[in-house]
Design a protein around this ligand. Sequence first.
Ligand SMILES: Cc1ncc(COP(=O)(O)O)c(C=O)c1O
Length: 302
Amino acid sequence: MTDLSLEGHLSLAIWRDGAIVDPSRATVSVWDHGLLYGDGVFEGLRLRAGRLYRHRQHLVRLRRSARAIALDVPYDDETLLRGMAATARANGLEDAHVRIILTRGIGLPGVDPQRCPRATTLILAYPFPPLLGSEPIRLITSSVVRKSPRSVPARVKSLSYLDNVLAKVQANAAGAGDAIMLDAGGLVAEATSTNVFAVHGERLMTPPTIAALAGITRATILELAAGAGLTPCVEPLEPGDLYTADEVFLTGSGAGIVPVASIDGRDLPAAPGTHTRALEAAYRATWTDPACSVALTDIQEA
Ligand SMILES: Cc1ncc(COP(=O)(O)O)c(C=O)c1O
């Protein structure tokens, strides 16, 4: 199934609370606190050529996100893994973006999570070309500050993406491909759905995950840096560290590795640069590594 239309997506089967649900019933209650308050967490991972990539890491992050918002996950990892495989199979997908969503569940209106006896668990699988396209992109720096880690910890992949959405609105208005978001202190946090890296000589710099999601692609790139002749450096980045970099790129499960052509009208010397290319090749090589992924055929049917 490679139908990228909305109608095509509306005809996909989903997994909800333990079973595959027919597309006509692939809905969420209007009383779900995920909708009413953005109360919930999610994960997004890639299925490539029939293999789920970094499934363990995504499930760990999902559980950590849930714990941070005091949400009980009603299923164990094996059930969620089987649910992901079942959703892909039900839709005949070998290449897809797979999304696990945990909402606070159905409850009376009122922000108190105690009103919701049980989380709603959803798994979606759908065709998803690289989120930001496959060309180098132009970025702006958004004036929308990434949400404070003192309100919502950046490690929590929550259903509340409104700051990211507003930064994207700004990027759209400026005709840019995406936006860099800064933290409250003016340091670089991340882009709207990706982490950011800057190459300075042989240093591969990326901000700490204080106001940025602990990206699973980010972690992979940091692991691969040494093999590409780079020293990984996790340290605070000023916007100027991006303007003066040799290369800048973004990373994410949805977007892949995205070379950055310019930031706020400052052209980068190369996009993609040689280091970005080398890291992308090394990243692609991990896709088929059995240590990094599991084949759908090795996941038991539910
Ligand atoms: C805000 C944000 N930052 C970074 C990322 C990249 O994380 P990952 O590499 O785990 O997909 C994502 C995507 O999930 C994201 O939504």
